[in-house]
Design a protein around this ligand. Structure first.
Ligand SMILES: [Zn+2]
Ligand SMILES: [Zn+2]
Length: 806
């Protein structure tokens, strides 16, 4: 993964197809101010080379109007392109004699949007590297990297709109706490806005931050009409130096060593990649916080990447409690103007601590001093469409580019990162003990064959299998009676994954995908109608009452999702007819947390610490700290060890360890019960007995033997069309175009793991090589040839470098 820094970045940067022409011609620093006359004299035949948002593997030369200035590299311009008008970014200058288009065919730039470059050369270099490494058109790479408003050519305001109470009104308020007579006593909302806005004093509040502080523009406008408040343009001022406002926690020896190593790297080498390998609850965040301190004191920015939006409010609180600083949260829930403001604050240095999801890594930064990738093993760091980049890779590239340390933190490192440590490309910082007095959780396997499970008596006399063993139910009761919380993990939402006809064997399948429909129903909430839903394309239908094939009424929901598990737990732990003590059961999955703030509400309930059962999907596996959870139960977590996907054991083990890590994070020792139908499965035994590290090493040995990543480098070509045979034909043709003696291992073309999805068929061709450079050399020529095939114009053909699933 880091190998490419030496071979592709540096050596191949110049020779790649994107850089065939003289790329950036050095011009005097004041060239943007130079008049056309002067420029013409000095550079008589200068053209501007522009990256445009078109799926073509090239950039385009344009002339500059004779009365216009030469736009600087990094400025946006508007140009004619075919019948359209496009906005592009100047990336270089070209001499007329180097241009292959005849001079009279060259078109002229219609508008220069920016006077000054909107991005710096480091950022352009990153764009160029992404285009080269991921074999993706430069114009499209830039399109992915820039916020919507910038792509659309909206002006970048150096000054940003703010709101404040008019100075004289504010003075009166500060003196006597008065309410202006213009606001009627019954206008509660205006009153509330007035009081809330007063808090921000004479500096006022940035318009993009209004919603965060429960302020609405329409009410502020009313206050402005009444001469109480005003909207004004504020030129950004550089923030005050960040200050520590909460004393740091006491560190153990391993934590101190880790912080020392990061600070030393910063002071000496500049760039160094670290794998902060810390067991769950070992205090990784405290290491981040203390390693950040000298960086912030040096007036540099710190970027913290987090996998998902669910994590950000919690993470935000940790950083905001420790530092008085401008902390910027960037996640997918922002609107376009908030995103543009965030982008500018990173670029201009107003943001001191930036917490963001993967795309934040593509932003320009004024003065970046440290990059932290939290939960670095998480698969959400890999973008799964358009530019298929991996944020952990780019973090390392940017660290090298800015010459600063990069910390990849995780309790369950990916095999790729473990191998980078073994190859000497990452330095491992181990945190093997839990912070404070917390002890590591104890893991146990429980044989879940159905003679051990608890049955629930139904009013009609028959009994249903709860799929929880007697031992598990007994232990749960013990922990609840002791006033503690229990977490039950199941990685499947809905009621049941399959609807089956017992008479003829029919199963409810999605008409658009190769997949079963999930049963969604609820006996607890009878108002909710039962329905079937495809979790891949969202197709939905009402639940049939009879089998569509044989008309039998004997339909059965097979398997268990969060809703069914919650119902079973209700019957066992919250049924007043069978037990005196009733415990709340909280279901946490995408269906129950979809509404705004619902997750925060659930979180508050859990944090009261009262005995309760939490039922959740992998949403609860990551990073959360529930101090009173002392028991974790996994009814079906071992299923991943049976999957055909070679990455499944790694992912399953990571998930098991992450979920197990929620147990006993405070004083009381946590217990983890893993139910399995295969108590002798060697993989599972290895994980439970020896822990994640030896388990991961045994997987690595296996991968090496089989010649799979991370011991080989992969490129996956996917073809998608309405006709399956056509996808195979296209990939076969592509395969035949591979150069002779390419020395790659080729697998396929074959159907993708999910052959049909949303009415389209997918097949794939996999290229594997022991040598990354060799793979990319082949791809450089071959992929362009494939994309230029006539059929490629109307068929979706994509290339995935370092794919994480196939
Ligand atoms: Zn049937
Ligand atoms: Zn579907």
């Amino acid at each position: 993964m880091v190998l490419f820094f030496c071979c592709i970045t540096l050596k191949n940067f110049k020779s790649s197809k994107l850089n065939q022409k003289p790329y950036i011609i050095e011009l005097p620093k004041n060239h943007s101010q130079m008049s056309y006359k002067k420029r013409k004299k000095k550079y008589p035949n200068m053209l501007v080379n522009i990256a445009l948002p078109v799926p073509l593997y090239k950039t385009f030369d344009y002339k500059v109007h004779k009365d216009s200035l030469l736009p600087a590299v990094g400025c946006r311009v508007q140009v004619p392109f075919g019948r359209q008008t496009l906005i592009g970014l100047v990336i270089a200058y070209t001499q007329l004699e180097d241009c292959q288009i005849p001079s009279n065919k060259l078109k002229t730039i219609t508008q220069i949007i920016d006077k000054n470059p909107i991005v710096d050369k480091n950022w352009l270099k990153l764009a160029s590297w992404l285009a080269t490494y991921y074999h993706y058109p430069l114009g499209d790479v830039i399109g992915v990297m820039l916020p919507t408003f910038i792509r659309e050519g909206k002006p970048i305001n150096v000054a940003s709109p703010h709101w404040r109470i008019l100075p004289e009104v504010l003075a009166a308020y500060l003196k006597e706490d008065t309410i202006p007579s213009q606001i009627s006593a019954r206008a509660y909302k205006q009153l509330e806005h007035y009081q809330n806005l007063c808090v921000f004093g004479e500096d006022g509040i940035d318009e993009t931050q209004l919603s965060k502080h429960k302020l609405t523009k329409s009410y502020l406008q009313k206050l402005a009409e009444k001469q109480v408040a005003e909207r004004f343009l504020q030129t950004p001022v550089q923030p005050k130096q960040a200050k520590m406002i909460e004393s740091p926690l006491h560190l153990n020896n391993e934590q101190s060593l880790a912080i020392q190593a990061i600070c030393d790297a910063k002071n000496k080498a500049g760039y160094q990649g670290f794998l902060l390998n810390g067991v769950t609850g070992s205090g990784k965040t405290e290491v981040y916080l203390q390693a950040m301190l000298p960086i912030l004191a040096n007036n540099q920015q710190v970027l913290i990447l987090v996998p998902e939006i669910g994590l950000t409010p919690q993470t935000y609180a940790r950083f905001a409690n420790r530092f008085e600083a401008n902390i910027l949260l960037l996640h997918s829930g922002l609107n376009n103007s908030e995103r543009l403001a965030g982008w500018q604050h990173c670029r201009d240095g107003q943001a001191q601590i930036i917490i963001g999801t993967r795309s934040t890594l593509l932003y320009p930064f004024k003065n970046l001093g440290l990059i932290i990738v939290d939960e670095a093993h998480d698969t959400s760091y890999k973008q799964q469409d358009t530019l298929r980049y991996h944020a952990a890779n780019i973090a390392l590239y940017r660290g090298l580019q800015h010459n600063i340390p990069v910390v990849l933190g995780t309790a369950t490192p990916s095999l790729e990162h473990i191998k980078l440590v073994q190859d000497g490309k990452l330095t491992e910082l181990a945190l093997s003990k839990r912070a404070g007095k917390a002890k590591p959780p104890e893991l146990y396997l429980v044989n879940a064959c159905n003679k051990n499970t608890t049955y629930i008596q139904q009013p009609d006399g028959h009994a249903i299998d709860s799929r929880l063993t007697n031992d598990v139910v007994k232990t749960m009761r013990k922990h609840l009676q002791a006033g503690e919380q229990v977490l039950v993990f199941i990685n499947r939402r809905g009621y049941a994954p399959i609807l089956l006809c017992n008479a003829c064997g029919w199963q409810a399948d999605c008409p658009r995908c190769d997949s079963h429909l999930t049963v969604h129903q609820s006996q607890l909430n009878t108002q909710q109608p039962s329905y079937l839903k495809c979790h891949h394309c969202d197709w939905q239908a009402y639940m049939p009452t009879t089998c569509p094939t044989c008309a039998s009424h004997n339909l059965d929901a097979v398997g268990m999702g969060t809703t069914r598990l919650t119902e079973n737990l209700h019957a066992l732990f919250a049924n007043p007819q069978i037990s005196k003590q009733i415990y709340p059961i909280i279901q946490i999955d995408r269906d129950t947390t979809r509404r705004k703030h619902s997750w925060q509400k659930i979180y508050q309930t859990i944090n009261t610490g009262k005995p309760a059962i939490l039922v959740g999907t992998q949403m609860i596996a990551k990073g959360h700290h529930f101090p009173n959870v002392t028991l974790v139960v996994m009814p079906t977590a071992d299923r991943g060890f049976l999957s055909a996907d070679f990455r499944s054991p790694e992912r399953t083990a990571q998930l098991i360890m992450q979920v197990a890590g929620r147990a006993g994070r405070d004083q009381k020792t946590g217990k983890v019960l893993i139910q399995t139908l295969q108590p002798d499965n060697p993989l599972l035994l290895n994980l439970v007995k020896n822990g994640y590290q030896p388990f991961a090493q045994s997987l690595l040995n296996e991968r090496q033997l089989l010649g799979l990543p991370p011991y080989t480098f992969a490129a996956l070509i996917r073809c998608e069309a309405k006709n399956y045979q056509q996808t195979l034909a296209v990939l076969n043709e592509a395969k035949s175009l591979l150069p002779a003696h390419h020395q790659l291992a080729i697998l396929g073309p074959v159907a993708a793991t999910m052959k049909k999805k949303n009415n389209r068929y997918q097949s794939q061709l996999l290229l594997l090589s022991k040598n990354r450079q060799q793979l990319h050399t082949v791809l450089n020529h071959w992929w362009l040839t494939v994309k230029n095939l006539p059929v490629a114009k109307y068929i979706k053909l994509t290339l995935d470098i370092d794919p994480i699933a196939w």
